[in-house]
Ligand binder design. Sequence first.
Ligand code: EPZ
Length: 421
Amino acid sequence: MQKVLIEGGYPLRGVIRVSGAKNAVLKLMAAALLGKGSFVIHDVPQIKDVFTMIGVLSALGVEARFENSVLTLNIDQIHGEAPTELVREMRASIQVMGPLLARLGRVRIAKPGGCAIGDRPIDLHLKNLERLGAVIDERHGYITAHCSRLIGQEISLDFPSVGATENIMMAATLAKGRTVIHNAAREPEIVDVQNFLNQMGAKISGAGTSEIVIEGVPEDHIGNAEYTVIPDRIEAGTYLIAAAMTRGKIKLENVIPQHIQVLLSKLEETNAHLSVGPNTIVIEGGRNIQPANIITLPYPGFATDLQPQFMSLVTLAQGSSVIKETIYSHRFGHVEELRRMGADIQLDSNSAVVRGVKQLSGASVRAMDLRAGAALVIAGLAAHGTTEIAGVEHIMRGYEKMIGKLQAVGAKIIQVDGESD
Ligand code: EPZ
């Protein structure tokens, strides 16, 4: 069992380059399944989830090569039987459903289960794939779907789900006629999927707005593409918050500031000083951290994937902050662990009231999921004494070389083999 040990109290100082976005690249990899050819993706992060997705694609018949952040997928004949163990390991595997169905007319995939942050159903994916013409059968923990050519439709999402928007976009790429997705998710990762699909030969417009138009094309229009994934806005936000909480000063490179606009203004509210360039951000933490309220919302609102990290920051504020989580039903796994470190947090359903304390103390804590783990790392960097974090495998799913990047900006952090527990 791997653990992370942090000796807190050292301000972060230096430069961090942000890696390619996990939540974009996983979908680009799935999108490649729509065509035959060679698909080259640059700036792919070396993280567990990418390796899991490579496993899923390989099991479907794709030849994958991953060297120096460049992922090459050579795709010819594939089949529609997704590998159960890998799909269960990573929910994002469900994104292969739309492309496989559209290209092969058949897919069988294990139903993703619940996870540490909430139930996370996929009803919106299934309902709208059915609307495009799929016949779907759910039994014994598996989803089997088949269709002849999908037919373009007007689709209105009940909620702007990121994954459902992407699955429908990919499926509709090969449909007959035009599909319009109303109330689509507007996340930057959706724009990345659109741009990649268009490079492959798709005809999609509107991503980044709540109405996306997909003009279906025949399968032989889709082929080779070469593409660079966008920088990871959540990784960027995580390091900015860490700098603010340790009262350090760092420069982020390879960042798109517009993608984290709300976080930047919230950081200013907490008394951090920012200097924003076209692809860089310099942050200097203020000595006295001020409280700030947040409410998580679909993009462009405050990202739920930054809620736990921001909660860590305001545990040291001079006053009380209210943090409301509206995207997930159970994304407060970090609260109990932050309390162990001395934070004063009251939970009431989907809201947390955080009363700032003067200091956190190092403790033995556990990461329950990826972003909760990141929140604990940040808290450990700012705490007095040593923090030991178990459950590191969650963090490694989504942050490329986190330990090395933090060490390079002065953090006293190491990864060790812990006792098995
Ligand atoms: C993506 O998940 C991200 N994952 C998540 O990142 C992120 O938290 C989320 O979008 C919201 O921004 C990837 O991109 C791989 P949703 P996704 O469909 O697509 C409900 C991280 O830490 N819903 O927008 O699964 C759902 O239960 C993670 O990197 C339905 O009810 O998110 C949730 O409450 C975790 N029915 C809400 O919508 C559906 O059919 C948002 O889900 C689909 C979703």
